[in-house]
Design a protein around this ligand. Sequence first.
Ligand SMILES: [Zn+2]
Length: 260
Amino acid sequence: MTQESQRDPVGVPEHGMVLPPDNYEPDPPSRVMSIHAHPDDQEFSVGATLAKWARAGSHIVTVCITSGNAGSNQFTPLTMTREALAPIREEEQRNACRVLGVADVEFLRYDDGMLEPTVQLRRELTRLIRKHKPDAVMCGDPTVRYYGNTYLNHPDHRAAASAALDATFPSAGTRLIFPELLEEGLEPHEVRRIFIHGAETPDVFVDIAETLPVKLAALKEHHSQLGGRVDLTEMMTGWAKEQGAPRGIVAEAYKLMTLR
Ligand SMILES: [Zn+2]
């Protein structure tokens, strides 16, 4: 299929839904890039999947777009500044990645709370995709404004997810989008799969029974936000049961896009 036809799915039969069989679990990608807005987003959303895939031999790169330097009103001391908090949270993210088995962490150092899906951000993510050549990208769902009736999705999450999807397609694989990247020696790279978490209609489920404890251990590394003060075991187990309910397992669930 040409990129031209991907731009306009109307009336193109191969754009129909391809539903995986009931017990299908996707193979671990050989190279993965996990793109999120804040330190700890990855651990909350896809941490157990990454831990499982790392143990299966996947090479994983984490991209953290902000340094989480707005913290949280609950745990950030009143004397803390944005400048002082950023390196603390970056260190916590590195430690969490070590627990999961992530090979490499990239920080783009945008400001927490003000993220927008700009062309500049898309270019930076495209640069990283072309540099690390993942065959799968993991990100959030930019279309979700709220979950249930108690949680408004953070605008940074939506912006990060939107920029991640747009960088993955078409920017990463199209030679003449961001030609300045060619001058940096970064050739186009096509990503095959995108795992979108937090989607309202997930269609694949990764069984995390064995790596849920690793996810919990990684979350504990975010001391400045959670560590030592909140036990997330019950909450994370509940999330995993809820996400895996359609299969009767504990899972992290995704909308899987397989690009042609
Ligand atoms: Zn977040």
